[in-house]
Design a protein around this ligand. Structure first.
Ligand SMILES: N[C@@H](CCC(=O)N[C@@H](CS)C(=O)NCC(=O)O)C(=O)O
Length: 233
């Protein structure tokens, strides 16, 4: 590293590994964060086959007790699971967070709205998928409760109306700036698309916002980000 230049952060960071599944909605959240932070070149992707249940094996659970994707592994062996935790790590690596807030007020609001997007939209869509549809198939879905899944589908639809209301009055989920909260709502809508849960017609503000979000390079290119690995499998 030369003393008289400030290298771009990506060149100064060690390599890290992301265990994920390229098209997964939760992995999408971390992929979007990686792209927003310009960290793709520091990332290796290890594919964990969701449809074969590789995320539920003892070997994988040793990395993440919850048996879910994605997981970040640092070169010293540190393991960080949970999209919010991974995003926070990535966002603060360069000391200049852009996704998780800088002031106490921003951090509080972004945390709240991220959690709300999980609780009211993304996680309910996930429960709907795993319980009220064939989900990942009988070998992986060892317990299903269709009533619970349908209940959660209705919760997700209510969540869409809630976020529609938010986005009627401001460009992003937390005010004027793209953040982890937007990424989380995007994850919810990616998942809704995968399970054929269309956005209600009345949610035109959410629809328009999502159309704009889908044009962001970080969102558009999230699956292709690991192309060489994906092509090999
Ligand atoms: N709370 C976790 C949820 C992660 C999650 O549910 N990931 C999905 C991948 S799209 C998964 O592993 N699903 C498999 C399963 O639950 O069996 C996070 O935010 O990282």
């Amino acid at each position: 590293m030369s003393a008289n230049s400030t290298p771009f952060i990506a060149d100064t960071q060690p390599m890290m590994t992301i265990y994920d599944w390229p098209t997964g909605p939760y992995p999408a959240r971390v992929r979007i964060a990686l792209a927003e932070k310009g960290l793709q070149s520091r990332t290796r992707f290890e594919r964990v086959h969701l449809w074969k249940g590789e995320h539920k094996t003892p070997a994988f659970r040793a990395k993440n007790y919850s048996g879910t994707l994605p997981v970040l592994e640092l070169d010293d062996g540190t393991l960080i699971a949970e999209c919010t935790a991974i995003t926070e790590y990535l966002d603060t690596l360069d000391g200049a967070p852009t996704l998780t807030g800088t002031t106490p007020r921003e951090k509080g609001l972004i945390h709240m709205m991220t959690k709300r997007a999980e609780l009211e939209l993304l996680d309910p869509v996930s429960v709907y998928f795993h319980h009220a549809t064939p989900g990942l198939g009988p070998d992986v879905e060892i317990y299903q409760n269709a009533d619970w899944g349908l209940h959660q589908r209705d919760k997700a639809l209510r969540g869409m109306h809630y976020f529609d209301g938010i986005l009627r009055t401001q460009p992003f989920v937390v005010g004027e700036t793209f953040s982890m909260a937007d990424i989380t709502v995007i994850g919810g809508l990616i998942f809704a698309g995968l399970v054929d849960l269309p956005l209600p017609d009345a949610c035109d503000a959410l629809q328009a916002w999502y159309a704009t979000m889908q044009e962001r390079p970080s969102v558009k290119n999230r699956v292709a980000m690991s192309k060489p690995v994906a092509a090999a499998a």
